[in-house]
Design a protein around this ligand. Structure first.
Ligand SMILES: Nc1ncnc2c1ncn2[C@@H]1O[C@H](COP(=O)(O)OP(=O)(O)OP(=O)(O)O)[C@@H](O)[C@H]1O
Length: 284
């Protein structure tokens, strides 16, 4: 499904959570939605899933507004950090309710995940540990098979092996049937290999929207003498520079071979680091 975001703005009193944001997500892909605390990620996901209204601008999903739109909401599954389910329901009933709601619900996958995460179908949500509740969220998100599945920090309390299992199954599911998956997380290093496209928000604005392959191949840290680095970056898009004792490191987009030809040291910049540099305040 195509998601078109145009001049999207969300205000909470004086607080501008989204500031005139425009971009397009062009169909099935795994998108990493990244940014510091308070950048506007959850606000965006809430508007996208039709849960809250924007203050201005629009989001169109295949040309339609998601707010209060039943046809669209059954195509969108949003799993949040917690509080996804009513506390008095049993796991079995949670799954039953979601299976009625999502037309493409995959009960076999839900059963497999429940087993994998050792969840007892009879247990009530209120008796689950944080990690177990997250595992239930992941189960619902994956089994929904919703054409737009959104995970907003879905794994609070989930241990590393369980997260790894989640990434594996997510990728398997995605490969067997492509869908739009939007993933917001602060554990960027751990998941960045899954992302096909990355969006970084900073104070309600998009500071980066790029394909991961391009970032992996072209975002680089070049180091060398001040003069050499300055000469090299003169015509480049510079993310950040650091100087120490006549030496300079610059984070730029460019061709690693070209930097090497200039006699500079070149290293790739992991997405997590890129996010940090792009969202650091000036002079930090
Ligand atoms: N219901 C609300 N009422 C008032 N302000 C809000 C509300 N929800 C969000 N905000 C504000 O909007 C801004 C963006 O918040 P949002 O939750 O979208 O950020 P985020 O990127 O998801 O952050 P985090 O990574 O911490 O979850 C913040 O300044 C936040 O304080």
């Amino acid at each position: 499904m195509k998601i078109e975001v145009k001049n999207l703005t969300k205000r909470y009193n004086d607080n501008l959570a989204l500031d005139n944001v425009s971009f397009t997500l062009d169909g099935p892909n795994i998108y990493g939605l990244l940014g510091r605390n308070g950048a506007g990620k959850t606000t965006f996901m809430d508007i996208l899933s039709g849960q809250i209204l924007a203050s201005g601008g629009s989001i169109l999903i295949d040309g339609e507004n998601p707010f209060d739109n039943r046809r669209l909401t059954e195509s969108i599954c949003l799993i949040k950090e917690g509080q996804n389910f009513k506390k008095d329901l049993s796991i079995k009933n949670v799954l039953k309710i979601f299976s009625y709601f999502y037309p493409k619900w995959d009960q076999e996958l839900a059963d497999e995940l429940i087993k994998e995460y050792k969840l007892n179908p009879k247990s009530k949500v209120k008796t689950l540990s944080k990690g177990m509740e997250s595992a239930l969220g992941i189960t619902v998100g994956l089994a929904s098979k919703a054409p737009i599945t959104i995970f907003d920090e879905p794994y609070i309390g989930l241990d590393a092996p369980s997260r790894k299992k989640f990434y594996e199954i997510l990728l398997e599911e995605y490969q067997s049937e492509k869908r739009t998956i939007i993933f917001s997380t602060h554990l960027i290093d751990e998941v960045s290999l899954l992302f096909e496209e990355v969006l970084i928000l900073q104070e309600g604005k998009v500071v980066l929207h790029e394909q991961s392959d391009i970032l992996r191949d072209h975002a680089m840290a070049v180091s060398g003498s001040l003069e050499k680095v300055q000469a090299f970056i003169a015509d480049k898009e510079v993310i950040k520079t650091k100087q120490l004792a006549g030496m300079m490191t610059a984070y730029v987009y460019g061709k690693p071979e070209e930097a090497k030809m200039h006699g500079l040291d070149v290293e790739g910049v992991p997405i997590q680091e890129l996010m940090i540099y792009l969202t650091e305040k000036e002079g930090a």
